[in-house]
Design a protein around this ligand. Sequence first.
Ligand code: UD1
Length: 415
Amino acid sequence: MAKYVIEGGKKLYGKVNIESAKNAVLPIIAGAVLFEEPVIIEKCPKIDDVLNMIKIIESLGVKTYFRNDDLVIDASCLSSSNILEDLSKKLRSSFFLLGSLLSRNKKATVSYPGGCKIGKRPIDIHIESFKSLGVKIVEGEENIECSLEKLSDKNVILKYPSVGATENLILLLAISNVDVKIYNVAKEPEIEDLANFLNSAGAKIYGVGTDVIRIVGVKKLKGISYKPIFDRIEAGTYMIATAITGGEVEISNVNPKKIQALLNKFYNNTCKIGIKDDIITISSEKRLHGFFVETNPYPYFPTDLQAQIAVLGAVSDGYSKIKENVFESRFEYVKELVKMGANVKIKENLLEIKGKKLLGAEVKATDLRGGAALTLAGLVAEGETVVLDVFHIERGYVNFNGKLKNLGANIERVE
Ligand code: UD1
């Protein structure tokens, strides 16, 4: 299995261009299944999660192909509503297809979803909200069987603003004959992007980015070409990498307003941030001071940058505290970081860190973001770091080692 071999100590300099967001592209692919006309997803990142999602929709009879970097999806020939277990186990986002399949075929069978092992990741909010809208659901040992005769137009209140459940509901209701309000929805920019995608094809989804959205079902959607939003987690990862190693990096194709929570952490510290249009420049000469970060749903600090910023804390000057409020076991990577000499203590969902020099070691990527964080640790550690199981990282980052190498890192991918 592939690994990264890193010789630490190089500062990062140069430019890096940010891709379309994995977490926008995946629900948009599920959204493309609602269309009876072809849809084009421009500059679609060819990362493993996206390639697996493509395999899943192809297994349902949907035709797809890449035209250079653009993904063409033609779901006019959708023939099955049954997502095979081995495919859905690979990818939590396969669960988003439930909404689309029910909308198109009035029935769907999915197995319990896979994805990163970062906590229990239940699906009760999806299930309860679907049931309240009239979907019949039978939860078996392996599979969940769903069917739909008639949607109810009762409003829905989510008990927690789940990103996936909000997206699944949008996909269930976009083409329908009901007009429904959903309260306490998630406000992540990727949800706004899913709504923009569907609205530009004729859907009527209002209020995205606020606590309440209203979906007025339409009869059909017209085929469009759409460029998804930038990946704020990828952008944040390169910003944190630069803060960790020192240097100066220009990060392009970003909307700085969408990563304000991360920028706020840098403004009060020793590094410098410059913003011009869609480019953020970060330069860092000195070690950063310790800081406090607490993850919460958007617009607060994203859980998907928690591990990366913890590594920044591990090499900063003084003490840092990181509180994880979204997932209950998202500190799996910490035991690997300890192998590199990090001085950390876990107290339930709180990580206490005293910054110090890290030393190269052999570590294992435990999940997507944890793996990226360990790679960043390797960039600054003294000596050689080997990051094993980088398939986790490659599920979500385009050419991670190549982009870091372009910035001057001493990193090789070894098969
Ligand atoms: C999405 C993102 C993931 C990110 C997360 C939070 C995608 C493909 N993935 O995941 O990268 O880390 O948002 O920003 O977009 N929960 C329940 N019951 C449910 C659903 C969720 O209790 O039915 C809980 C989860 O266990 C978790 C919290 O709600 O503790 C947040 O989950 P959710 O917002 O649903 O995240 P995902 O959609 O899985």
